[in-house]
Design a protein around this ligand. Structure first.
Ligand code: GLC
Ligand code: GLC
Length: 695
């Protein structure tokens, strides 16, 4: 049985997921059904009481163990972290894996994993832990600016990245996200999101020693390393998957499989396809191995990415080990990939289920206990009401991820550029729940993925638009087929059945720069540059950690060279995953070039941002109503610095807002000089923006 006794399960005993008793798999897994819900429904005070009693039983032993493993003040700090975080470990594990002594034993075992990881941390990382315990909100500092790149495309290898650190420093970067770099499967690997070995670096990029070395170099320059943690699945070639398939008892129940189509059909009836064109459905037939597992294996993404089954506590324990080893190599920020999909429930869309939040809460707490210098960032590309909980914003706060992608802001900015109208953005952003003070958005213009139009029908309705037709318009507009569109993107995963599609394309191409260059139209080029800068000005000034996507600082356009590589050709997201090009890079200091203009401005954005206390990500952002539909207005207040207001005119005509919004504020950033105020209005030119602050 799973549940309370999961951890005590004799190794090798067949479970319903390992193929041996496959019929049994028709039952919803425990912890994903009534028993977990019963625990979740207990009054908070009761659940806390149970956690407190459990902590009391565990503390004496824990003190002894910590003293032996860490000694001195490190032991004191470790125990203090356990005491502080204990409810965040125990409560969710209780809800996930059952009640009573079983969960106590599981908690004890996982804390031992955390203690061993703490003891294994090298002195530099222990020193960093100290710093971060003194300054636990370090990631909210206005100096934070992220940069996101593929190691090979940016610098060849991990060792090569060292040679590019000056480039990053010029841009004010303090956080470097290197795209998936653990050893992937051979051949197609979804850009590295099909991990075949969590403890090895992709040999084409270097070794784990190279990664540690780079992390150290970054640290020395005040930069934090971020890498991907692919939680939802492994490659079919991963040792866990091989072991499971072969019937190795250590991996029993690591994945989900069904003997026939009954359950897969039932699940698929309500779960949307992620990759409808080449990977429809969420299950893949894997022939049953002799004496082992197989059947219809759950594969939410590509067929070679097998979903881990987190209803099994062994999977959680294994993933925790992975996380702590990565932290031990010097990774400070873990980008938790595709987290909404971690908990599967029949009859739902298979995203954002209560288990997902329990898993993240427990993973976060245990990570903080072992390696307090580490933070988690959620990649949850979901509807606005489902997004804030990943930052702990439930009806009652619970620590989850420190950072989460602000997918809404990104989508709404692109939507506003296409409609030349900020009302939808204003409405939708104002309706979002506030973010807990400890957590922050990662704001961004573009990333390596497609843009999915997560505009809710309610928000569209509130400005008098129809959700489905607006989303269709956005696809038409950004794929360039809408008459008069400035964009040169491409449809991604068009689904003829539902009419859904998403958009690929580089920021510069989506902003009209490609089209303008192709047509040799200087006016259009100017507008394209202004759009690209405007989007970045919002993202750098919104509050949160802005993430600059490699190549956007040089306005790199769509790159179709991926079509020549059969392992990439079928996935047009590669058009916006550029190879870093030294020629445009060499032009970055020439103000007469596109690259020169962008580069200089992005440097300026980071420099001005660093000085604005109001951009400390712990202060809230308020989006304000205004009477000009073209303008997005947001305000931030910090007790030490007073008010900051951002203005962005998303249309191609001049616009203005009530001068009262900016009374007493000075322009600290704009392309067009100080914001002119006359006739009771503050004026912006077409595609103009400004940051204003109290002197
Ligand atoms: C995330 C990644 C995406 C990948 C998917 C599956 O959404 O950003 O690139 O395809 O997860 O791992
Ligand atoms: C993940 C992301 C989604 C993306 C997809 C493929 O599902 O959450 O945004 O479209 O992967 O890239």
């Amino acid at each position: 049985m799973r549940g309370g006794t999961g951890i005590d399960r004799a190794p090798g005993r067949p479970t319903r997921h390992d193929g041996a008793v496959i019929e049994d798999a028709r039952l919803p897994p425990e912890g994903h059904g009534p028993s977990g819900d019963a625990t979740r429904r207990l009054p908070d005070v009761e659940r806390r009481r149970r956690a407190a009693a459990s902590l009391r039983r565990l503390l004496p032993g824990l003190r002894r163990d910590a003293e032996a493993a860490l000694g001195g003040t490190d032991a004191v700090a470790f125990v203090a972290r356990v005491e502080r975080s204990y409810p965040d470990v125990h409560l969710p594990l209780d809800a996930l894996y059952g009640r009573g002594s079983g969960v106590d034993a599981l908690t004890r075992r996982l804390l031992r994993v955390a203690l061993d990881a703490a003891a294994a941390r090298p002195p530099e990382l222990r020193a960093l832990d100290r710093r971060r315990e003194v300054d636990p909100r370090w990631y909210q500092d206005p100096r934070m600016v992220g940069y996101v790149a593929y190691t090979d495309r940016f610098a060849g290898t991990l060792a090569g990245v060292t040679g590019r650190l000056d480039h990053l420093a010029e841009l004010g970067v303090t956080y470097l996200h290197l795209m998936p770099l653990l050893k992937p499967r051979e051949g197609e690997n979804d850009g590295g999101y099909a991990v075949a070995d969590h403890d090895a670096v992709d040999p084409r990029l270097g070794t784990m020693a190279d990664l540690e070395h780079l992390a150290g170099e970054l640290r020395a320059r005040g930069m934090s390393l971020c890498v991907d943690l692919v939680l939802n699945h492994t490659a079919a070639e991963h040792p866990w998957a091989r072991g499971w398939l072969a019937g190795d008892p250590r991996y029993a129940g690591f994945y989900t499989a069904f003997a026939d189509r009954e359950m897969p059909d039932a699940y698929e009836a309500t779960t949307p396809d992620v990759f409808p064109d080449r990977a429809p459905g969420s299950f893949t037939w894997v022939p049953r191995a002799r004496g082992g597992a197989g059947g219809w294996v759950r594969t939410t993404f590509w067929d070679y990415q097998w979903d881990l089954d987190y209803s099994n506590p062994e999977v959680f324990a294994a993933m925790l080990g992975t996380v702590l080893r990565l932290a031990g190599h010097g990774v400070e920020i873990l980008r938790c990939d595709a987290v909404p999909f971690l908990g599967k429930r029949l009859g739902t869309n298979g995203q954002n289920q209560p288990e997902v939040h329990d898993l993240l809460q427990a993973l976060h707490a245990l990570t903080t206990v072992a390696a307090p210098a580490t933070v988690l960032k959620a990649e949850a590309i979901v509807a606005p009401e489902d997004l804030v909980p990943y930052l702990g914003g439930h009806d009652r706060y619970r620590p989850e991820c420190e950072l989460a992608y602000h997918n809404q802001l990104m989508v709404l900015l692109w939507s506003s550029l296409a409609t030349r109208d900020a009302r939808l953005a204003t409405t939708a952003l104002r309706r979002m729940a506030p973010v807990p003070a400890e957590a922050s958005w990662a704001t961004y213009v573009r990333c390596h993925d497609d843009i999915g139009w997560a505009v809710s029908d309610t928000d569209a309705g509130a400005v008098g638009w129809d959700g489905p037709s607006h989303r269709r318009f956005l696809n038409d507009f950004y794929s360039g087929r809408f008459p008069g569109s400035f964009a040169q993107g491409a449809l991604f995963q068009e689904n003829p059945e539902t009419g859904d599609a998403r958009i690929s394309g580089s920021a510069a191409s989506l902003c009209g720069i490609s089209d303008a260059v192709d047509r040799g139209d200087a006016g259009a080029l100017e507008a394209g540059i202004r759009r690209l800068l405007l989007l970045h000005a919002v993202v750098y000034g919104y509050g949160g950690v802005p993430l600059l996507y490699s190549g956007d600082e040089l306005a790199l356009r769509n790159d179709v060279s991926y079509l020549d590589d059969p392992a990439l050709a079928d996935d047009n997201r590669w058009m916006h995953r550029p190879w870093f090009d030294d020629r445009p890079f060499a032009r970055r200091r020439d103000p007469s070039t596109v690259e020169g203009r962008l580069f200089a401005r992005l440097r300026e954005f980071a420099a001005v941002r660093a000085e604005q206390l109001a951009l400390h990500a712990g202060a809230p952002t308020d989006v304000l109503e205004t009477d000009d539909p073209a303008v997005l207005v947001w305000r931030r207040r910090h007790p030490r610095s007073g008010t900051f207001v951002g203005l962005a005119n998303l249309s191609d005509r001049p616009a203005s807002v009530d001068a009262g919004l900016v009374a007493g504020l000075d322009t600290v950033l704009s392309l067009d000089g100080p914001v002119p105020v006359h006739d009771g209005r503050a004026h912006l030119p077409a595609l103009g923006f400004a940051w204003l602050a109290e002197p």
